[in-house]
Design a protein around this ligand. Structure first.
Ligand code: GCO
Length: 263
């Protein structure tokens, strides 16, 4: 009998910040592959509107208010999630913020806030959820890295530092936890059409033109472009893949780019 390597039926996935954008697209992909979905956010109202949006697409999600940087709350709420919904088999560390401020103008507190949410949050979430995964001898952790895990850009120093660190945290988790049959990998999106990039994506904005020209695929990513990679990394098909970051970037990291007069 052939086995569907990508079937997530019977698995429970927690997607942090899965109330919009890339997180929602990933959670939708995991749900369509059979997973039961839990999402968290710090704002109850965002959870309410997300629940409705998922339901419109035929997906029932379990929602919990949780700040991924609050270690005590994470321990308490993960215990409640696992009691009410079931053991978390798949953790997607997606919740994150960005602050676009030149280094010379950025306050240390602003830098710390980005590192706290984008890097320390995944550390806290992973070490808490991994305890159960170790006991069960099974787990999948997917860390939302970025092409900023590899390259810098003006004004995003804190975000790039966090995402570079998240790549190395991914490798460190794989080093320590692979022996428990836990696979920990990252997804590195290129430039995607989301609320987070809306300010730099408006028609006529120089950065919009730059990205379209700099990306070999010639377009911004659509959040749905990420679902397949997330399902792959969450599935049996990736049981021997560990510590990797899969870049879903339209080819941007493959090239130094081309002159403005070349197609
Ligand atoms: C920016 C963008 C990037 C992308 C993404 C790229 O300001 O450069 O927001 O950070 O969102 O992270 O992988």
């Amino acid at each position: 009998m052939s086995v569907n390597l990508f079937d997530l039926t019977g698995k429970t996935a927690l997607v942090t910040g899965g109330t919009h954008g890339l997180g929602m697209a990933i959670a939708t992909g995991l749900a369509n592959a059979g997973a039961t979905i839990i999402v968290n956010d710090v704002l109850p109202e965002k959870l309410e509107s997300a629940k409705k949006e998922y339901a419109e697409n035929g997906i029932k999600v379990h929602t919990y208010v949780l700040d991924v940087t609050d270690e005590k709350a994470v321990e308490q709420v993960i215990a409640v999630m696992e009691k009410e919904v079931g053991p978390i088999d798949i953790l997607v560390n997606n919740a994150g913020i960005i602050k676009r401020i030149p280094i010379l103008e950025m306050k240390a507190e602003e830098f710390r806030q980005v590192i706290d949410i984008d890097l320390t949050g995944p550390f806290i979430m992973s070490k808490t959820v991994a305890k159960g995964m170790v006991e069960r001898g099974y787990g999948k952790i997917i860390n939302m890295c970025s092409m900023m895990s590899e390259l810098g850009r003006n004004t995003v120093s804190a975000y790039a530092s966090a995402k570079g660190g998240l790549k190395m945290l991914t490798r460190s988790m794989a080093t320590e936890w692979a022996k428990y049959n836990i696979q920990i990998n990252g997804i590195g999106p290129g430039y995607f059409a989301t609320d987070q990039t809306a300010p730099i994506r408006v028609d006529g904005h120089p950065f919009n033109e730059f990205i379209i020209h700099r990306t070999p695929a010639g377009r911004w990513g659509d959040p749905e472009d990420l679902a397949g990679t997330a399902v792959f990394l969450a599935s049996k098909a990736a049981d021997f893949v560990n510590g990797q970051v899969v870049y879903v970037d339209g080819g941007i990291l493959a090239t130094i780019g081309k002159p403005s007069n070349e197609n």
